[in-house]
Write a protein that binds this ligand. Structure first.
Ligand SMILES: C[S@@+](CC[C@H](N)C(=O)[O-])C[C@H]1O[C@@H](n2cnc3c(N)ncnc32)[C@H](O)[C@@H]1O
Length: 273
């Protein structure tokens, strides 16, 4: 995949320093981040990642081989079609107001065709922790003829972007197992523009579903299996939301009540006169 990186929006995720475009790398005066397999990697050293994130990275590197085949088979257990649930989540982005979007934990890119179906001229960047998932994403984007999308390997809690760059941020299906959910949210809030939309989703039973014995026994067990494989949780992490700086917050359940969606806008700062 060609490199469509917009250097002006990037910064070093560890130091916040400006990056310059080298030949096949993004450089600061101290560090160099290589472009290979279709994305830039900001993950150089073992010790850069929390233990839980390193574990999850390995889980998804392995899972990446079967992810696209497994997902459409899992949703029917919930009486759902994968694409229908994705479309429900994407609606929260209000794409009519959006020109640029960052997908945090883009995975194999399954949301990209749906985003572009809604808005064909959308400028899209994606980050993910797993090289396996990113390689699968690059291969999917090539297959779909959608190559003008910039991809970066990094943790959600260290985004390689300057402040206030994106009209919207989408996150689907990873935060339940993040080592540091608060840090990831603060990073999303930092890089989205004032007034921009953040949509965060993962699996978890709605209060109504939680009252049904079969949902608690069968579906919760299925989710718990994933959650325990990922050492994650299942309830919407509303406790990570800041007391100030966000507007229009809502918590909804989609996909027949089997998935939660937290959506909100970054507050527009009002200058005191
Ligand atoms: C269930 S998959 C969802 C992928 C994609 N968003 C989708 O809708 O199909 C979860 C993704 O979160 C990524 N992930 C997990 N922990 C992460 C972290 N700390 N930072 C960034 N990505 C992470 C995984 O590598 C994986 O690609």
């Amino acid at each position: 995949m060609e490199d469509f990186t917009d250097i002006d929006i990037l910064q070093c995720p560890s130091t916040g320093k400006n990056l310059s475009l080298g030949s096949g790398s993004l450089d600061t005066d101290e560090q160099s981040f290589k472009f290979q397999d279709g994305y830039y990697s900001f993950i150089n050293q073992e010790e850069e990642l929390a233990k839980q994130d390193r574990y999850i990275q390995r889980v998804y590197d392995a899972f990446s081989k079967i992810y696209d085949a497994a997902m459409p088979m899992l949703f029917p257990f919930l009486g759902l079609k994968e694409q229908d649930v994705r479309k429900e989540i994407i609606q929260y982005l209000e794409l009519n107001k959006v020109s640029s979007i960052l997908e945090v934990s883009i995975g194999t890119g399954a949301n990209i065709p749906l985003l572009l179906q809604c808005k064909s001229n959308l400028k899209i960047c994606g980050i993910d922790l797993s090289s396996g998932m990113l390689k699968a994403c690059v291969s999917n984007l090539r297959k779909w003829g959608l190559t003008r999308i910039s991809l970066y390997q990094t943790s959600a809690s260290k985004l390689p972007f300057k402040d206030n760059q994106f009209d919207a941020i989408l996150h689907v299906g990873g935060i339940n197992s993040f080592a540091n959910k608060e840090a990831a949210l603060l990073e999303m809030l930092r890089v989205v523009k004032p007034g921009g939309k953040i949509v965060i989703n993962d699996e978890g039973l709605s209060p109504k579903r939680n009252q049904e014995w079969y949902s608690r026994i069968f579906i919760k067990s299925m989710f718990s299996l994933f959650a325990s494989l990922e050492r994650g949780e299942m309830d919407p992490p509303e406790y990570i939301l800041p007391a100030k700086g966000i507007e229009n917050y809502r918590l909804d359940y989609v996909g027949n009540g089997y998935f939660w969606v937290m959506s909100f806008n970054k507050a527009i700062q009002r200058v005191a006169i």
